[in-house]
Design a protein around this ligand. Structure first.
Ligand SMILES: C[S@@+](CC[C@H](N)C(=O)[O-])C[C@H]1O[C@@H](n2cnc3c(N)ncnc32)[C@H](O)[C@@H]1O
Length: 250
C-alpha cells in the first residue's frame, strides 16, 4: 500500500534534516517520559507510531515498564535491531486504524462508502497501564489517501482522513490505563531564514478539520527546512502534546 516506501522516505529525510529535527525529537522524548510518569502502574506500555524510534526514549521506557510494545504498521531494520537490545521490548506489527484491510476493496468500488476506522485492539487489555501515540495522528490517512487517490474523489479522501483521526482520538480515550498524544497539527510555509513573507503565511491543517483541545505543551518542528521541499521555503509543523489525553479530551 506504500507504508514501507513512506517509512524509508522518513528515514532518508531524518538523515538530511537531523540537526533541524533534533529539538523536536528531544521535546517529544521529554513529553513521552512525562506522560509515562503519570501511569497508575508500570506493567505494559504501548507506543503507537514507534516507527524508527527517533523520538522514543526506549531505554527509559524499558526501565520503567515490565513490557514495552512498539506498535507500527512497518518496522524497519534499525528499529528491529534497537528493540533486540532490550529483553522486555516487543515489536507489534499492527494497523492502528483497523480499517486498512478494507482499503483495496474501497479502491475497486469507490461508489461504496469508504471503510471506517473502529479500532478495538487492547481495549480489554487488563495489564495495559500506559499508551502513547507519537507523531502518528496526521499520518493515519496519509498513505491511505495516496493509495485511494486514483479511484476516490478528494472529498471522499478528506472524509476518510478525518474519520480515521477522530476514531484514533476516541480510541485513546477508551483504552485502559493512562493515555497521551503527541501530534503535528498545522504546517506553515515561510520564506527561508525567517524573512517576512510577501503575503499571508501559507498554512495547512494536517488534521483534516478535526479540532484538538488546548495542549499541555506546544512547539514548532522545523520539518522541512529549505531546500528539503522547496529551494527557498522553510516548512514548519506546530506540534501539540497532551500528557493526559483523557483529561484533555473531556
Ligand atoms: C512520522 S512517523 C512517527 C515518528 C516515528 N516515531 C519515528 O521515530 O520515525 C509515523 C509512523 O506511523 C506509522 N503508521 C502510519 N499509519 C499507521 C497505521 N495505520 N497503523 C500503525 N502505524 C502507522 C508509520 O509507519 C510511521 O512509522
Amino acid at each position: 500500500m506504500g507504508f514501507l516506501k513512506s517509512s524509508i522516505q522518513v528515514r532518508a529525510r531524518y538523515k538530511r534534516c537531523k540537526s533541524a529535527w533534533e529539538a523536536h525529537l528531544e521535546q517529544t522524548r521529554v513529553m513521552v517520559l512525562r506522560a509515562a510518569q503519570l501511569a497508575p502502574r508500570r506493567r505494559k506500555a504501548l507506543v503507537f507510531g514507534a516507527g524508527l524510534l527517533h523520538d522514543i526514549p526506549l531505554r527509559q521506557l524499558s526501565e520503567m515498564f515490565e513490557l514495552v510494545v512498539l506498535a507500527d504498521i512497518v518496522h524497519l531494520w534499525p528499529c528491529r535491531l534497537e528493540a533486540l537490545r532490550y529483553g522486555n521490548v516487543k515489536l507489534l506489527r499492527c494497523d492502528a486504524t483497523g480499517a486498512l484491510g478494507q482499503l483495496s476493496a474501497a479502491a475497486r468500488r469507490p461508489a461504496l462508502p469508504p471503510p471506517a476506522s473502529r479500532p478495538r485492539e487492547f481495549l480489554d487489555d487488563s495489564v495495559l497501564d500506559f499508551t502513547v501515540s507519537v507523531n502518528l495522528l496526521s499520518q493515519l490517512g496519509w498513505v491511505p489517501g495516496l493509495f485511494l487517490g486514483k479511484s476516490c474523489s478528494a472529498d471522499q479522501i478528506d472524509a476518510l482522513k478525518s474519520q480515521f483521526i477522530s476514531a484514533h482520538l476516541e480510541y485513546l480515550r477508551r483504552l485502559p490505563g493512562h493515555t497521551s498524544l503527541i501530534t503535528d497539527t498545522v504546517w506553515s510555509a515561510l520564506p527561508q531564514n525567517g524573512t517576512a513573507p510577501a503575503g499571508p503565511t501559507e498554512e495547512w491543517d494536517v488534521l483534516s478539520g478535526v479540532c484538538l483541545p488546548e495542549p499541555d505543551h506546544a512547539w514548532n518542528w522545523s520539518i522541512a527546512p529549505a531546500p528539503e521541499r522547496s529551494p527557498h521555503t522553510d516548512y514548519t509543523a506546530r506540534v501539540h502534546a497532551y500528557t493526559d489525553w483523557k483529561s484533555a479530551f473531556g
